[in-house]
Design a protein around this ligand. Structure first.
Ligand code: HEM
Length: 404
């Protein structure tokens, strides 16, 4: 879990947690039962240096979707849409009703850590006549040999990520965002995901994925001295002035990664642990210690071979093996039923955040693509790359510094 480790400590830089008093929360109408639980009453700030939903602790429910601008819609319509979406996000994240025609789906509930995060795809800039201000970091990702990508479920002009610890609150936001799109944009694809619910474990811990692994341990931590530099576009970077609108923003790589769970489940526990290089029980490196003990990559077993195999996923993806390339992984799991061949259509909605994909996702995926042990059990089925602008200031809409 980009989860646990990232999770709890987060919030200082963006998406800061704000505990709203129940009385401030019109949609929260606690009724005779009294105060909302802390789960329901927790609100995440919409304004800030960075958009919410990047360093916010993983939520239990998520929807990610891409929109394409409608034929004939350009910069003016896009700006108006971002203004509508921002106002809706600002209100719903505070536990208020939607600006117009609220559906009532979230009545009785508090904001439940709702976040709504917005990004722009490569094609957005042609549609809006803004290609001169498109950063090179948004250039299409290279092809990888193991890609099995569905173009219909990839890319898109606009990207929205919704997360909440309540399923109805998340769906309420989804409906409001979709209605706001009106005539200006239509849904290109949508994916739904989940994580463990807060409170399900005795104490907060790193999440597990659908292979049963502790996932998120190696994530950069907000307290790391280079965290901001790795995850967010610098304020006064060396980049051209026309890209200044992205200062404080981040790039999201989104991949629907199917897990071949029937094959995976046939592996013994020892085989599964060799694939990652960490134990399944507590995520500790096979070279010993606890979950947060560094991997002893050079340690040899009695057979003279590395204890953490040369093709172990945690070895190949480690920043030290990739010239320091690092990303913040903040995924959701998905399960869309059973595929025609009888296997589960389930896996990871892999979402990773970085200041520059060429120093994050791309070099790591290039190496994994050459054959890490996990590759035999996964399949990348869709791909998107989005420029996620900085958080809005008070009264500003997301993307205003590009679109106004
Ligand atoms: C680490 C699972 C795909 C990058 C890990 C770990 C697990 C894991 C269990 C070890 C614990 C941890 O540090 O979080 C998976 C699964 C995947 C997947 C199940 C697909 C379904 C990817 C992809 C990338 C990636 C596509 C990037 C291209 C990383 C990185 C680490 C990591 C950077 C941390 C390495 C470190 O800090 O030492 N992954 N992973 N993973 N994975 Fe993946």
């Amino acid at each position: 879990g980009a989860a646990g480790a990232v999770g709890l400590a987060l919030g200082a830089t963006g998406g800061a947690l704000v505990h709203s008093a129940v009385t401030d929360s019109p949609a929260g109408a606690p009724g005779a039962a009294g105060a909302l639980s802390s789960l329901g009453s927790t609100a995440v700030a919409f304004e800030g240096d960075h958009q919410a939903g990047i360093t916010t602790p993983l939520q239990a429910k998520g929807h990610v979707l891409a929109f394409d601008l409608a034929p004939g819609a350009g910069r003016t319509e896009a700006a108006a849409l971002m203004r509508r979406w921002s106002e809706t996000a600002r209100r719903l994240m505070a536990g208020e009703t939607a600006p117009t025609g609220d559906s009532g789906i979230a009545l009785d509930a508090g904001p439940s850590s709702l976040t709504v995060t917005f990004g722009f795809g490569h094609s957005f800039f042609e549609r809006t006549g803004l290609t001169a201000r498109r950063p090179a970091a948004l250039d299409p990702l290279p092809d990888f040999s193991s890609d099995r990508l569905d173009a219909q479920r990839s890319n898109g002009d606009l990207w929205v990520q919704i997360g909440s610890n309540d399923g109805l609150v998340a769906f309420h936001a989804l409906r409001a965002i979709q209605k706001d799109a009106g005539e200006a944009a239509r849904v290109r694809w949508q994916m739904n995901g989940f994580n463990r619910s807060p409170g399900a474990t005795a104490s907060p811990m790193t999440a597990r994925n659908l292979m049963g692994q502790i996932d998120g341990t190696g994530n950069p931590k907000p307290a790391d001295p280079d965290f901001d530099k790795r995850i967010f576009v610098p304020a006064a970077g060396p980049g051209p002035a026309e890209h200044a609108w992205m200062a404080g923003g981040s790039y999201a790589v989104v991949r629907r990664i199917r897990m071949l769970l029937d094959d995976w489940d046939k592996q013994s526990l020892a085989q599964q642990e060799q694939v990652i290089g960490r134990t399944k029980a507590n995520g500790a490196p096979l070279t010993g210690g606890g979950e947060t003990t560094p991997l002893a990559l050079d340690k040899l077993g009695t057979d003279g071979k590395p204890v953490i195999p040369s093709n172990a996923h945690a070895r190949i993806s480690a920043p030290a093996q990739n010239g320091g390339a690092a990303m913040l992984r903040r995924p959701f799991s998905f399960h869309d039923g059973i595929a025609p061949d009888g296997t589960p259509d389930a896996g990871l909605l892999f979402i990773c955040w970085q200041a520059d994909p060429l120093r994050g996702f791309v070099p790591v995926q290039r190496k994994l693509d050459r054959g890490d042990a996990l590759s035999a059990f996964i399949r990348h089925e869709s791909s998107g790359l989005y420029a996620v602008p900085p958080g809005p200031r008070t009264g500003e809409y997301v993307g205003q510094r590009l679109l106004e």
